[in-house]
Each structure stands twice: as C-alpha cells, then as structure tokens.
Design a protein around this ligand. Structure first.
Ligand code: IPE
Ligand code: IPE
Ligand code: MG
Length: 253
C-alpha cells in the first residue's frame, strides 16, 4: 500500500530539513568507492524534491556539504563539487517545470567559482517559482552562520543601528542566513547517526527529530511518508501541557 494514503495532507510540516547521510557506507557495503554513493544519492535527492513539491511542502532544506566536509580527502571533495555542478546543470529545467525555487545557505564564497556560477544561474532561473523552496546547505555549519550573525550584529551596533536592548525575541533570527525561511518543524537524518553535526542549531530549537537507519541512497518517497506519519503522531507542546494543547486543538482529542 502506498503510505501516502495514510498521511494527513492538511497537517504537513511547512519546512522539512534533512541531513542526507550514509552515502559512503552504502557504497562500501556494495564494494564500491564512496563517490559511487554520492552519485546514487542524487537519485534520492531528485525523488525527495519532486515528492515534497507534489504533496505541497513549502520549504525543504538539504544538508549537502558541511564546513567540516572540506577536511575530507581532496579527491572526494573534488568529486562532490563536480557532482554539484553537473547535477544543478542537469536538473534546473526539472526544477523550473515543477515550480521549485532554489536557494543556497552557507559560506557561498568558499565554493569553487564554477559552482557559484552554476548556482547563481539556477537561482535566477527559478527565482519566479512559487512552489517548493529548495534550500541547499553548502559549505554550511551553524558555527559559521552564528559567527557571521554575531559579526553583522556587532557591525550594526557600532554603526548605531542596533542597541543591546533590541536583542530579544526573533532579533537574532533576523541575522541568520536563514532569516527568510520559517524554522523546520521536522528534521530527518538518515543512516543511523543520532547527531546534528552543526546543522541549523538555532533553527531546530523546536523541531521534531526523526532518525532512520536507511542510508541516503536508499531513502525514497515511501521513507519520507514514514517520517511524515511518525511526525503526525507526535504532540508538539512548546512548553505547554498536553491538556492545554488538546483543549486548543479539539480535532486532536
Ligand atoms: C553524506 O554521506 C554526504 C556528505 C556528507 C557529503 P557521507 O559521505 O557522510 O557517508 P558516510 O556517513 O561516510 O557513510
Ligand atoms: C553531515 O554529515 C553533513 C552532511 C550530510 C552534508 P557528515 O557525515 O559529514 O557528519 P559527521 O561527520 O558524521 O558528523
Ligand atoms: Mg556521514
């Protein structure tokens, strides 16, 4: 049975964030090179992006390359950057057709120029799209993002545009690289690791975390539906009591 039939399409998270992990181990298990896993992982990316667009998710953030990933062997880093360029080039038309708008978060300037160029073109080509917002986290880490935010806040303070007493509520959020997007309600990590690896530390404050042992190249739409079903069985309390939540949302009683 298609699990989608059990998913309540009226109660979907607006924003899903995914740590796409396990490409290397998946390839090794098959007696292949790690890079083979990254290539196969692209097929999962395509399927998950198309599925999110189809079912009406508004934002999907994919952790594709972390600041720390620069420390991997040079050959793997090169292969990942080449894969990024080729994938964007090949998929941009499909994104356009599916009304997907591309965004990038992370230390953009640290990416090779050819990647920057390809990403800028794809962002422009999809800028008018109004469906799914696909946010690629590239050369991203929360350490980098929070340092940037703090640096810009200090600069604004020195320029007289920000006072200590202004820093409350959502103020800090305005300085984050993700300021234009709502925080994710659901964070998925594949391949059995139970950690955040410097991903959206601030923004995941109230996200529901979902971990699966499935490696990313095998994570397909049925796996996404499983995660959504699991998410929909949870009660999100935001500090309140269960009774308060149920009184305010009688449909959940
Ligand atoms: C995720 O898979 C892809 C990237 C981090 C670029 P990994 O390459 O981390 O795969 P494992 O975790 O080593 O299996
Ligand atoms: C996190 O995966 C980064 C991405 C998925 C892009 P890693 O595989 O690099 O994370 P660690 O090093 O195992 O924590
Ligand atoms: Mg990994």
């Amino acid at each position: 049975m298609d699990l989608l039939q059990s998913v309540d399409l009226a109660q979907l998270p607006k924003h899903i964030a995914i740590i796409m992990d396990g490409n290397g181990r998946w390839a090794k298990e098959k007696g292949q090179d790690r890079v083979y896993g990254h290539h196969e992982g692209v097929i999962s990316v395509r399927e998950i992006v198309n599925t999110c667009a189809e079912i009406g998710i508004s934002y999907l953030t994919l952790y594709a390359f972390s600041t720390e990933n620069w420390k991997r062997p040079q050959a793997e880093v090169n292969a990942l950057m080449e894969l990024l360029v080729n994938t964007i080039r090949r998929e941009v038309e499909e994104l356009r057709k599916n009304n997907v708008r591309l965004h990038v978060i992370g230390d953009f300037k640290s990416l090779p120029e050819i990647c920057q160029k390809e990403l800028n073109e794809a962002k422009e080509l999809t800028a008018a799209n109004t469906g799914l917002n696909l946010i690629l986290a590239l050369s991203y880490s929360s350490t980098w993002e929070i340092n940037e935010a703090a640096r810009n806040m200090v600069a604004d303070a020195l320029a007289g545009k920000l006072k200590p007493e202004d820093i409350k509520g959502d103020k800090f959020h305005e300085y984050l690289n993700t300021s234009a997007f709502p925080d994710p309600e659901l964070m998925i990590r594949t391949s059995g690791e139970h950690r955040i690896s410097n991903f959206l530390l601030y923004q995941l404050a109230y996200a529901e975390l979902y971990f699966t042992n499935v490696h990313w190249p095998e994570f397909r739409k049925q796996n996404l539906y499983e995660a959504l079903l699991n998410y929909q069985q949870r009660e999100r309390r935001f500090g309140k009591t269960s009774e308060q939540i149920q009184t305010n949302n009688p449909q959940h009683v």
